[in-house]
Write a protein that binds this ligand. Structure first.
Ligand code: KPL
Length: 303
């Protein structure tokens, strides 16, 4: 299968490196990482250590592929979708954080859209090198009724052929709400307290994180998804323990002084709660704190 991985950050590089063991992969990313991959190939180290040679480019326009896997930050989804729309892709699968990405992709692209979630643990190292920190798995499902389940099955087979644990779901919305609960609990708490994910499973942070997750479950239920507060709290604890030594992506963004995905995570929860008449004070507080940090760091305009 020809696979374009749009967003060669840590997760995209890991997914691309794994898929390149069995498929023709092109990474779309930024220099100096892209230049290093072109010159010396991509090194994956950790859970398994190997080298692979995907193609790599900084220009994502005009690309043809059977599948585009989108791994850009949520705030870059529209730009990625516009670039993909100049080429020809058979299907597109988002493996991003936050809600709203699939709708943006569907608005721009005339191809089946799959929603995906992964527990693969990845960390960027030097250019041309990504660390594989947690074996994890990938789950994908059709986003709209028109996006047929057979496409999701084909994508699962492609991931499995490359040695990834992968499965398909018919409940993509439920999948994304659960992932949102995990991100809404772990990402801002670890970013603000500057701790690894494991700290969220223990006092004094566990209560705050689990309250954030329970609020997300309430909004999800009001939105018609089946996610209980208990399941959301348990999912947070499981992921925090499974990724205990990882730094969350939002913690990484804050540490590097970069814009975060707060708008697509806790910000989305607050907005959706407003429409559904739910009260989400913990998510509101976490969103305000991270946005306040962004303004202070000069990566967001004050509102
Ligand atoms: O998705 C993640 C992230 O960091 O963005 C988790 C699941 C919290 C793993 O670090």
């Amino acid at each position: 299968m020809d696979v374009l991985v749009f967003g060669a950050g840590s997760l995209g590089s890991l997914v691309g490196g794994l898929l390149a063991r069995n498929h023709d992969v092109t990474l779309v990313g930024r220099d100096p990482h892209v230049e290093a991959v072109r010159t010396d190939g991509l090194r994956v180290s950790g859970v398994e250590t190997f080298e692979t040679r995907p193609a790599a480019t900084t220009d994502g326009t005009g690309a043809n592929a059977d599948l585009a896997v989108v791994t850009v930050k949520a705030y870059d989804t529209a730009a990625a979708a516009r670039a993909l729309a100049t080429g020809d892709v058979g299907a597109v699968c988002s493996l991003q954080n936050g809600m709203g990405n699939e709708d943006v992709l569907a608005d721009h692209l005339d191809a089946p859209v799959l929603a995906g979630a992964t527990t693969l643990g990845a960390r960027s190292s030097d250019p041309g090198h990504v660390e594989w920190l947690g074996r994890g798995r990938v789950t994908v499902g059709p986003w709209r009724p028109a996006d047929d389940a057979a496409t999701a099955e084909r994508v699962v087979e492609a991931f499995a052929a490359a040695g990834l644990d992968a499965d398909a779901t018919t409940d993509a919305r439920g999948l994304l709400w659960e992932k949102l609960a995990i991100n809404a609990a772990i990402n801002p708490v670890t970013a603000l307290a500057r701790v690894e994910n494991g700290a969220v499973a223990e006092p004094p942070l566990s209560g705050l994180a689990k309250s954030a997750a329970a609020e997300v479950a309430r909004v999800a239920s009001a939105d018609g998804a089946s996610l209980s507060a208990g399941d959301a709290r348990e999912a947070v604890e499981t992921v925090a323990r499974a990724t205990a030594r990882n730094r969350s992506s939002m913690h990484g963004d804050v540490a590097r002084g970069r814009r975060t995905e707060i708008d697509a995570i806790n910000g989305y929860v607050v907005d959706r709660a407003g429409n559904l008449d739910c009260s989400v004070p913990v998510n509101r507080g976490l969103a305000a704190l991270v946005r306040g940090w962004e303004v202070g760091a000069g990566v967001r305009d004050g509102e």
